[in-house]
Design a protein around this ligand. Structure first.
Ligand code: XLS
Ligand code: NI
Ligand code: NI
Length: 447
């Protein structure tokens, strides 16, 4: 394998070497056509701009199961009977994949890397053991943990929620799990810790005290933040919004809701949002819209880079292939000055019927090439500044005179009325949407 670290270990992706950049002229399906990690784009390498992360759950745990059928992805790292032995194989497979695909970051839920034990203590021990192994592999390969999280939605005890469960005993179990996951994040030097509240919501308002549940959610986020900071966690805590699925209604409905929650409760020093494309579209927004909301509020933390299906109303978690959508995302990221402690985590799964191990590579190569194209297109657009100048000009009437006085809160409603009464009908001004769209397309096509 050309990497001493794996000597003596079983190879899980035999016949696939490290994926290289071969450029758009290459016909090799196992090569990057556009992602050239060392290429400099406005002063920074592609690798540093994009900070790709691999989602442990989809890539090494998701087995193709859907509501109508079981496993279709039979993994060689899932063959041992003892769950800890299987977890160790999985870790080796994961690091082999990380090294071969050449993404610098990964993300996991506690239960992705270590099996749940019979007691809290046993679960903590399992996690500690696996985290120590992961640390060794991080040190040997240079991989970094983008963020960690706790899976508080799969176990049956969480069927009525975790932090928002009506039963205090379940809430306490969730607290224990989060404490251990934060400890893991600290030990592995993670840049972030994510709260995605899959079951923090309701199925029916008839049996739900929503006000009380939301209050518990806030109290638990504060307790987790306080513990993390005390224990030395320096990264961002992040809320990942999603409107529904698995619950009918999730409390962190969309980015606007999560941002308001953060600001309303004075959590902006510690909390950011982690935005997923398919969650934004499920909420009836675009990826672009949710990223903009976060960025406008200084709360853009990180991105779960995937895409949905326009015909399906659920979280299909597909690998990103839509360059137009990705470009609009990268425009926000560049205008935001990057994401500091965030990156692009592929929270995406290959399809149930993509059953070759090479498909995992094709999926990630496609996602990485898509965002490389998007980065360059966004850079052309942002650097030229045509659109930003046009937008600025659109609001020029607020830059001076009475418009500027209005922004400085110098007018009452009556005074504004008098201004209106003393002037004629304003001339209409075109919004020029089609022109803007052409400029964006031109940037995508290299102009
Ligand atoms: C599910 C979420 C989940 C989070 C991490 O829809 O996207 O994968 O990213 O718990
Ligand atoms: Ni996600
Ligand atoms: Ni999702």
């Amino acid at each position: 394998m050309g990497n001493d670290f794996f000597k003596g270990n079983k190879e899980f992706f035999p016949g696939i070497a490290k994926i290289k950049y071969e450029g758009p002229g290459s016909d090799n399906p196992l090569a990057f056509k556009f992602y050239n990690e060392n290429k400099i784009v406005s002063g920074k390498s592609m690798k540093a701009h994009l900070k790709f992360g691999i989602a442990y759950w989809h890539s090494f745990c998701g087995d193709g199961t859907d509501p109508f059928g079981g496993t279709t992805h039979f993994y060689p790292w899932n063959e041992k009977n003892d769950p800890m032995d299987a977890a160790k194989d999985k870790l080796d497979a994961a690091f082999e994949f990380f090294t071969k695909i050449g993404a610098p970051y990964y993300c996991f839920h506690d239960r992705d890397i270590a099996p749940e034990g019979k007691t809290v203590l046993e679960s903590e021990k399992n996690l500690q053991t696996m985290v120590e192994m992961a640390k060794e592999r991080q040190d040997a390969t240079g991989m970094k943990l983008l963020w960690a999280t706790a899976n508080m939605f799969s176990h049956h005890r969480y069927m009525n929620g975790a932090f928002t469960n009506p039963d205090f005993k379940v809430l306490a179990k969730a607290a224990a799990q989060v404490k251990a996951a934060i400890d893991a994040a600290i030990y592995l030097g993670a840049d972030g810790y994510v709260f995605w509240g899959g079951r923090e919501g309701y199925m029916s308002l008839l049996n739900t005290d929503m006000k009380r549940e939301k209050d518990h959610l806030l109290k638990m986020l504060i307790a987790a933040r306080d513990y993390g900071r005390k224990a030395g966690f320096k990264g961002n805590f992040m809320i990942e919004p999603k409107p529904m699925e698995p619950t009918k209604h999730q409390y962190d409905y969309d980015t606007e809701t999560a941002v308001s929650f953060i600001l309303q409760n004075g959590l902006e020093k510690d909390f950011r949002v982690n935005i997923e494309n398919n969650h934004a579209t499920l909420a009836g927004h675009t990826f672009w819209h949710d990223l903009k909301i976060a960025s406008d509020n200084g709360l853009l933390g990180s991105i779960d880079a995937n895409q949905g299906d326009y015909q399906n109303g659920w979280d299909t978690d597909q690998f990103p292939t839509n360059v137009y959508e990705a470009t609009r995302a990268m425009i926000v990221v560049l205008e935001n000055g990057g994401m500091e402690k965030g990156g692009l985590n592929f929270d995406a799964k290959r399809r149930r019927n993509s059953t070759d191990s090479a498909d995992l590579f094709h999926a990630h190569i496609g996602g990485m090439d898509t965002f490389a194209l998007a980065l360059e297109a966004a850079d052309r657009l942002v650097n030229k500044g045509t659109i930003s100048a046009m937008v600025k000009d659109r609001y020029a009437s607020f830059d001076k005179g009475a418009g500027a006085d209005f922004e400085a809160c110098k007018f009452s409603l009556e005074q504004l009325r008098d201004l209106a009464a003393g002037s004629g009908e304003p001339e209409t001004t075109s919004g020029r949407q089609e022109l803007y769209e052409n400029i964006l397309n031109n940037a995508i096509y290299g102009k």
